[in-house]
Design a binder for this molecule. Structure first.
Ligand code: HPA
Length: 251
């Protein structure tokens, strides 16, 4: 059974090396996922792929139906979710093109449906989120990245912002003071919704640009796209290694 899902972000709306076997549209109590779940084989391993922003990259970060996406993946039997996400680099060593596997999150988003525990039918539930990512999957990602020779950073605090605009220099300065190393727009509530459902979830971030104010000048979409092109090549290398790891029996 397929238990590993890859959620693709900006720069990874398609997995060219995935041999597609079928696409599955799942109806959820929360509405439509970002698109059909694409089943296929990646380097001989069964995976499910879902581009977070839709196949044509039309869904902005604040309008992604995170609950529908996570619910749909769990519904078809997924246990492990590997999320790929473009970020801005705040920490000095988070240069464009670098891959980083964050270990912590600070959430600055607002107005997003951020929990599965908000219905009258369920008792009040406070889910533990001390360690927001699945430690086993993080280690697998780091190991796979090292094997692929893409030298991933093995930690980092991910600051999740609302978007779709980029941040001001003062906002990034504040985030740096808060301890953020990376800034992105989709890391939350995705991570906590996975935790709500008891899924093993970790993120591979790809630095697309230096965060606002970290270097002089403005941030252009052209710069982001160019860095993501090379960064996503490295992500593909990591993905081809990580699918060789038997996640069901890792501890
Ligand atoms: N900020 C927020 N999200 C991002 C950035 C950024 O600088 N770059 C890519 N995603």
């Amino acid at each position: 059974m397929t238990t590993l899902a890859i959620i693709g972000g900006t720069g990874l709306t398609q997995l060219e090396t995935l041999t597609i076997t079928r696409r599955e549209m799942v109806q959820t109590p929360y509405g439509e996922p970002s698109g059909p779940l694409t089943h296929g084989e990646l380097c001989g391993a069964q995976v499910v792929f879902l581009p977070r922003h839709g196949r044509a990259h039309t869904i902005p970060p604040h309008r992604v139906n995170y609950r529908a996406n996570l619910w749909a993946l769990q519904h078809i039997g997924v246990h492990h979710i590997l999320a790929v996400a473009a970020v801005g680099g705040i920490r000095d060593d988070m240069a464009p093109g670098v891959l980083a596997i964050p270990n912590q999150v600070i959430d600055y988003t607002y107005g997003r449906a951020h929990t599965f525990f908000d219905g009258d039918e369920k008792p009040v539930t406070h889910v533990d989120f001390t360690e927001p990512y699945c430690g086993m999957l993080r280690q697998a990602l780091i190991e796979a990245g090292n094997k692929a020779g893409v030298d991933p950073r093995s930690d980092g605090v991910y600051g999740a912002t609302q978007g779709p605009r980029l941040e001001t220099a003062a906002e990034i300065e504040r985030m740096a003071h808060d301890g953020c190393d990376l800034v992105g727009m989709t890391g939350m509530p995705e991570a906590v919704l996975a935790r709500d459902l008891g899924l093993c979830y970790a993120t591979c971030t790809v630095v697309a640009n230096r965060a606002a104010g970290c270097v002089p000048g403005v941030i252009s979409m052209e710069e982001i796209d160019a860095n993501l092109k090379t960064g996503m090549e490295r992500v593909r290398g990591l993905l081809h290694e990580v699918v060789q790891i038997d996640l069901e029996h890792e501890h």
